[in-house]
Design a protein around this ligand. Structure first.
Ligand SMILES: Cc1cc2nc3c(=O)[nH]c(=O)nc-3n(C[C@H](O)[C@H](O)[C@H](O)COP(=O)(O)OP(=O)(O)OC[C@H]3O[C@@H](n4cnc5c(N)ncnc54)[C@H](O)[C@@H]3O)c2cc1C
Ligand code: SF4
Ligand code: SF4
Length: 608
């Protein structure tokens, strides 16, 4: 099939692209403002393929200054978008450990002791220090709290109502079509295949869509972005070594909640010092809350789900959450390399936008607005080129799209943030000081060193828990978990002093129940497994099977052989397994042993 423009993924970046483009493809009288090359006399044929089963089924950000969003939709604050609220009170809290179970450095223990000793003079309440001053770069004044699921559905309706753009959910793109280093379109995923991708009942090969321009906005772990990184390499010195998995709940707050819509809480320090948390209040007593577990948290047992429960149970938060009810749940990887992770933004026939192109600002904790902005910049460039009947070569895209991007606030603020998190390579205290230093000096100074590949940071379970759990005890726990075919982290955390989770069937539910109640995870049959253990021999001798421990959906589990098993029907497509593996890929040490490919299914919730 032939189109003029084909887009991969419908996240905020592509939404920004299509919202800008679609408004200007036809004149007020309905005649084409620019003409299609494949359907003469018609406006350009623009297709967008989204992997998830509906628009807005991703898990995304919720507090944003919304500068780029407001530029596209000046009426956004009064547009009646469900779950939207203007930002009100913002707080940054340092959470102390009420149980003594987290792994804290000596410096942090001293700081904690000082805070506790001085609590009569400090704003300390329920084991949390409310930072009396926070730097301006962290604030989202005049911004919005959004459910990205609801917002994306709203944008999708606006874009499609122009009649100039088609968005196809439930349609993963399996690869970019490359001819002589030029991208000439995309191939969709084969249907009617077995787990390994071999033709089976009802085999339908993925269709090829040829287009003059392919727009790649498939996020941080998208298969097409990965393909281009592998095929064209990264610019000198660039890499994607910093990641985090963000896991969130959408919760009905108790009827007597005192939290007002617009409240923004950001936390650090607990359940482990490396884990950041957030709580944003929507209208109608609904809150989005969750944690980020970063790649520089060196635990081989890093489970976002259990840590999220301990975070909710922190006394400062639990007094607001007790009696609440889970509405929706999900997890998603964040590319945290920022401009370190910027790939080649253009090539002949393609342009990259959004988080997969290095837009996320790790200093300000902002990704949606940046992704959206790069989409609009590309759309402006494309409209200019369509009107001038110019082709989409690398050179021309650099002169139009990349030039706009380099001149924008996204670039300027991205430069400030570029090295701001390098301090976390050396520890949490260095990381926090490094962030403040970079933010307060406009990026002139920072601390720390260049990030290393995540697999290099993962110690064995025995080494990580040395001094807390003996090797003999770990061996026993391993045997017990193996016999039950369950991950090891629960047993390890219990042994390390973490209290049991008091399940209440409403908010504190088992991981399995969360999949059913909140994520409503589904996977249609007839597709290949999108998570593949590329070198089984590496798994067989692997001493830190972090893929199992970190899996957000319990979709990777011990299995019968030495190689973990994968259950497609539990996968929430968070992409965490792409970087949560302790073994380097022999063909490419920047990547690990797991391949995370294009796939269908995942979460069925538009509230996240
Ligand atoms: C829990 C969490 C909380 C966050 N909080 C905030 C916040 O408060 N504020 C903020 O600004 N940012 C936040 N972020 C970051 C923000 O969500 C991202 O920066 C933003 O979503 C990036 O947009 P994007 O369009 O580039 O990519 P994505 O949002 O990742 O969208 C990419 C889309 O492409 C689709 N796709 C991928 N592969 C394919 C394929 N092969 N074929 C078809 N479709 C494909 C995906 O399904 C997805 O819909 C948060 C992220 C998480 C995970
Ligand atoms: S996928 Fe990676 S972490 Fe998991 S068992 Fe294999 S080598 Fe180990
Ligand atoms: S298998 Fe699925 S749910 Fe598990 S980490 Fe990978 S993408 Fe996430």
């Amino acid at each position: 099939m032939d189109a003029d423009i084909v887009c991969v993924g419908f996240g905020p970046a592509t939404a920004g692209f299509l919202a800008t483009l679609s408004k200007q493809l036809v004149n007020a009288d309905g005649t084409p403002a620019v003409e299609s090359a494949v359907m003469p006399g018609m406006p350009p044929q623009v297709l967008c393929y989204e992997r998830a089963d509906d628009i807005g089924f991703g898990v995304s950000g919720v507090v944003t200054r919304a500068r780029a969003l407001k530029a596209s939709f000046p009426e956004i604050k009064t547009a009646g978008i469900p779950m939207a609220a203007p930002v009100g009170e913002e707080k940054v809290l340092y959470l102390l450990d009420p149980h003594g179970a987290s792994r804290r450095s000596a410096a942090l223990k001293i700081a904690d002791a000082l805070i506790r000793a001085m609590k009569f003079a400090l704003p300390v309440e329920n084991h949390a220090l409310n930072l009396p001053w926070t730097p301006a770069f962290l604030h989202k004044h005049d911004g919005l709290i959004l459910s990205m699921g609801q917002f994306m559905q709203w944008v999708g309706a606006q874009v499609q109502s122009t009649g100039t753009v088609q968005i196809w959910p439930g349609t993963p793109v399996s690869q970019a079509l490359v001819e002589d280093k030029k991208i000439v379109g995309v191939r969709l995923l084969d249907q009617g295949v077995d787990k390994k991708g071999n033709p089976s009942d009802g085999f339908t090969p993925g269709m090829d869509i040829h287009a003059a321009l392919t727009v790649i906005g498939d996020g941080p772990v998208g298969a097409i972005g990965q393909q281009l990184d592998a095929q064209f390499g990264m610019p000198e010195g660039h890499h994607t070594r910093d990641w985090a998995v963000g896991m969130k709940f959408v919760v009905d707050l108790p009827a007597d909640t005192t939290l007002k819509p617009g409240t923004v809480l950001h936390t650090f320090g607990y359940p482990e010092p490396e884990i950041f948390g957030f709580l944003y209040v929507h209208p109608d007593r609904v809150a989005s809350l969750g944690i980020f577990v970063p790649s520089w948290f060196d635990s081989p047992a890093r489970t976002a789900y259990r840590y999220l429960q301990h975070w909710m149970l922190h006394p400062y938060l639990w007094r607001h959450l007790k009696g609440g009810k889970l509405r929706s749940w999900g997890a998603k990887t964040l590319g945290e390399s920022g401009q370190h992770g910027e790939p080649h933004l253009t090539g002949d026939g393609y342009a990259r936008i959004g988080e997969g192109s290095g837009t996320t600002n790790v200093l300000t904790g902002s990704g949606v607005d940046e992704a959206w902005a790069t989409g609009t910049q590309l759309a402006e460039a494309v409209l200019e080129l369509l009107k001038a009947k110019k082709s989409f070569t690398k050179e021309i895209l650099e002169e139009t799209y990349v030039k706009r991007r380099r001149a924008s606030w996204v670039e300027a603020e991205g430069r400030v943030a570029e090295k701001s998190r390098d301090g976390f390579q050396k520890g949490v205290a260095t990381g926090m000081i490094g962030m403040a230093l970079a933010g307060l000096t406009n990026g002139k100074f920072s601390l720390g060193s260049a990030p290393v590949q995540p697999w290099k940071r993962i110690p064995t379970v025995e080494d990580y828990f040395a001094g807390k759990i003996s090797r003999a005890e770990i061996a026993k726990l391993r045997d017990e978990c193996k016999a039950k075919n369950v991950p090891l982290h629960g047993a390890l955390m219990d042994k390390a002093g973490w209290p049991a989770i008091p399940f209440d069937g409403q908010l504190l539910v088992s991981h399995q129940d969360a999949l059913l109640m909140g994520g409503k995870v589904q996977a249609p049959g007839g597709y290949a497994d999108h998570v593949v253990f590329q070198h089984p021999e590496l798994c067989e001798k692997c001493g830190a099977r972090i893929c199992i421990e970190a899996c957000s959906g319990q979709a990777i589990y011990p299995g019968e052989t030495g190689v973990p098993a994968f259950d497609r029907e539990k996968c929430v497509h968070c992409g965490a397994c792409l970087w949560n593996c302790s073994q380097a890929n022999p063909e490419n040490p920047e990547r690990m042993n797991i391949a995370f490919r294009a796939g269908t299914g995942g979460l069925h919730s538009a509230e996240n």
